[in-house]
Design a protein. Structure first.
Length: 469
């Protein structure tokens, strides 16, 4: 069997590894390095930026922990950030990760072809290579995993100097004097958090009254409070409707819903985080007979198959939950199904996700609002981290662990963690949701003392009590 995969991101390269394990002929067509947008422009770079901002935080607070620098009597809390060095490190990390993925895929026996692929039929495609040549490939199965790109607005075309999307942001060499971030979803909140920690003046434009509209409202409230204590200005209920720039700065016109008024917000730079659009144009979908939704996404079934039996799709190009982990699982499922293995449809209720703000917000499974809407009887327990001994050692004052369990059986249906390293702390709850474990089973598993994960165990234990809400 011959398999061709368009796109080298998580959906593509993880699918390639599964197919290679089955001993079939696999080719990955990638327009840029392996890892795709996730590794080169999105997840890896953005989280590396967050880590650098975290380092600046620790330098500023080192004296509080008894750390002194020889020859200095005072540590400047506004430690200088060399953004050029930060961006160079990020580029090196992204390049190294992409190279590592490429080597891993090649060692598995996968053929990597550089270029842009276009379907010419249900089992064939043409590849345009960087040197201007083209080649033809045929396959028994084709997987489309071309990802997504930042949404662009007509009046906000990025220039890589003062106007950015997340794609161009890493060309910055100096910290913005006054950064306007438009969009308060996960991406906007993460970048706003990082630059605020760098010491920049940040203005976050949110079309909703509360930022992070897709997250637990209690979690979003904690993040808002943390942002404003850092000096960030949040413009709530405001929608950007126009923008302009000159040699010295930028202006964003915002419309405020509450009083139906428009006004201009001035800054030195602006970062637009207004969503992602699927990379489905120019793929020859019509020629191959693949159905495409009005928004450009490619509909798939539970095993990532399109309406054409020989063509599958995975990741952001399918819409839905745009996460690297989801893309990877969709890609694996596609290959397992195409190669005849038993595969269960993707259970969206088991997907865990994290917003890498300060503190982080990690979630899995059902929320309290979803349970109420579905009329599912649940018990909920929330435990603040302020009493956790490990949190006290690390000066963690914000955050909590929340667990939702089914009334009667105690089955864990969902949970959220707001804390430093919440992306790690959510895992026991993710395991519980995936395997339908009870709060009793989570509570009886050992946790380390002292540790932040101990709060996950304790929250589950509290839900064992007959007096739990």
């Amino acid at each position: 069997m011959r398999i061709v995969i368009l796109g080298g991101g998580p959906g593509g390269y993880e699918a390639a590894l599964v197919a290679a394990d089955h001993g079939v002929d696999v080719t990955v067509v990638s327009e840029e390095g392996l890892g795709g947008n996730t590794v080169l422009w999105d997840c890896v770079p953005s989280k590396a930026l967050v880590v650098s901002s975290e380092a600046r935080d620790w330098v500023g607070r080192a004296r509080e922990h008894g750390v002194r620098w020889t020859g200095r009597t005072e540590i400047d809390a506004s430690a200088h950030v060399d953004l050029g060095a930060v961006m160079d490190r990020i580029a090196a990390l992204a390049g190294d990760q992409s190279a590592d993925i490429g080597k891993k895929v090649e060692r598995a026996g996968v053929r990597i072809v550089e270029g842009r692929g276009r379907l010419t039929g249900p089992r064939s495609l043409a590849v345009a290579h960087p040197d201007g040549t083209t080649s033809e490939l045929t396959a028994d199965v084709i997987l489309l995993s071309t990802g997504s790109r930042p949404r662009l607005l007509d009046y906000a075309v990025p220039d890589g100097e003062r106007v950015f999307t997340s794609r161009e942001l890493f060309s910055l060499r100096e910290l913005p004097r006054r950064l306007i971030v438009v969009g308060s979803g996960a991406t906007g909140a993460e970048y706003a958090s990082a630059f605020a920690r760098f010491g920049c003046e940040v203005h976050l434009v949110s079309s909703r009254q509360q930022i992070l509209p897709s997250e637990d409202p209690d979690a979003a409230a904690v993040i808002e409070d943390a942002f404003e204590r850092r000096g960030m200005t949040i413009h709530r209920g405001c929608r950007a409707v126009d923008a302009a720039r000159d040699a010295d700065g930028v202006r964003v016109k915002v419309w405020q819903r509450s009083d139906d008024a428009e006004w201009w917000l001035e800054g030195s730079h602006v970062l637009w985080c207004v969503g992602q659009v699927p990379e489905s144009e120019g793929l020859g979908l019509a020629e191959a007979g693949v159905e495409v939704a009005d928004d450009g996404t490619i509909p798939v079934d539970g095993v990532s198959r399109t309406n054409i039996p020989t063509i599958y799709a995975a990741g952001d190009v399918t819409g839905g939950i745009m996460l690297a982990s989801v893309a990877a699982m969709q890609g694996r499922n596609a290959m397992w199904h195409a190669l005849g293995d038993a595969v269960a449809p993707l259970r969206t209720e088991t997907i865990s996700a994290c917003v890498f703000t300060d503190p982080e917000v990690a979630t899995v499974g059902m929320t309290a609002a979803q349970a109420e809407h579905a009329q599912v009887p649940v018990r909920t327990e929330t435990l603040p981290l302020s009493g956790n001994p490990r949190a006290k050692m690390a000066d963690i004052t914000d955050g909590f662990v929340k667990v939702l369990a089914m009334r009667g059986s105690g089955t864990v249906l969902g949970g959220s963690v707001v804390a430093a390293r919440a992306s790690d702390l959510i895992h026991p709850l993710s395991v519980a949701v995936q395997n339908r474990l009870t709060v009793s089973q989570v509570a009886h598993a050992f946790s380390i003392y002292p540790s932040l994960s101990g709060s996950v165990q304790e929250t589950a234990r509290l839900l064992m009590s007959p007096d739990a809400p």
